[in-house]
Design a protein around this ligand. Sequence first.
Ligand SMILES: [Zn+2]
Ligand SMILES: [Zn+2]
Length: 511
Amino acid sequence: MTARRVTIEVGVVVGRREIGGCFAGSFRTPAGEILTGPFVLSSGPPSPPAPPPRDPFAPPGGGLPAGIEPPGVWLQTRSHRRFLPPSECRFSPLDRAVFSLDAVVIGVNFHWERRERQTFQGGLTVRRDNDGLLTAINEIDMEDYLASVISSEMAATAPVEFLKAHAVMSRSWLLAMLERKDRESGGGSAHSPGGVARGGGDGRRNGMDGDGHRNGMDGGAPAAGEGEAGRETDEGGLDSPEEIVKWYGREDHADFDVCADDHCQRYQGVTKIVSPQVREAVDATRGMVLVYGGRICDARYHKACGGRTEDFANVWEGRSVPYLTSVADGPGDFPSLTTEAAAADWIASSPEAYCNIADTAFLRRILPAFDQETPDFFRWEVSHEREEMEALLKEKSGIDFGELLHLKPLRRGPSGRIVRLEISGTRRRVIVGKELEIRRWLSPSHLYSSAFVVDAEKDAGGGIRRFVLRGAGWGHGVGLCQIGAAAMAIRGFSMEAILGHYFPGAALRKI
Ligand SMILES: [Zn+2]
Ligand SMILES: [Zn+2]
């Protein structure tokens, strides 16, 4: 891996029949046509059905037999509408023109999900799959991408040592992922200056990563229908309950390098102003990555650990990653929270952790606006009436448990995150894991984290009336705690100290 300039492909809108937007400035197609202004790209002929295309971009033969959809895309601009074959669905900016796309979904399936119009620099490519679904891909220089990621993940007004740490971490995650992708696609350098060689795709790997398990950072949702989850089955006796223990390994996207949501790294184009501080952080750390054992670190991160970070193996596949092991997120040491008693005491307490921040002025300085809507990330509580919880579990897991009897944590990691949870009802008894699956099952969107204790409140007759979950932290808890790291920077810690704290044993290297 060298420090050459790298162009990456970001999938910004995925799986739509129609994508609307606007070219602000001039964009050129491979055939040399110049486009500007609003556009709509759609997979089917617009209705009423358009006459067979009769322009130079028309497919050979001038029209298609009834019932057969062309593999390209229909383009509607202010002045006309026509068909573009796949090779023409690529738009390159002239003079740093930008484009915007409407209704880009962010925070997919999480409590902060919303749609935004977003603006991007770089090129736009639209691809259509066999089901007629369109994907809009933004081609952008990696360092510009990183500046946007940091501005999208955190507020640009966050302290600069934190922004620098984030730049190194995001670059490391990206390069480690691209290296792996190159390796798995048979070697060769897919990423080269000025263009990205893309053949027929790299095939489907497994594992999406969810939650932002992005990079396993957390925050994002599993990409719908992508990838297979890893699975672990504990061998048990005949009477043992059914086990559904899966993790969402990172799905390396087949059609592009990274998506724009929390699944990979949050990227909102140039919609969020890239501040001079972010630009400085990216420039000051250009080419710098975290390495361990001679390899670039797969540096993961999440919003708030809750006081202690988690081991990699408790969230993804069960292998040890030395630089992704649990650390106490504070000036002193905190106990490991693997027992119920320790977890309950911990969650009920307010330890002096770096991410234990209730100061709204501070949070405004470090978090993007929509993350400020989640003020209770350090300690939180949700409750559901028993019947409500039964309906929720049925909807999210597809399993009818009957009347719920208990939710019992069987194994916790050092951060208190539950790795295996037993759910017992009058009809079924199931063990669910790992943390993302637990979070998904027990919430209409996702729980903030799987570090929670369960209080089953009884009614007068001794039956369960209500389940109260009291928890700690936001996200999977592995690697760097974004809020804790920003707090460390405010306290005067350097980028090196922050990265050293969250990624034990990793070293900084310029490539
Ligand atoms: Zn992704
Ligand atoms: Zn933390």
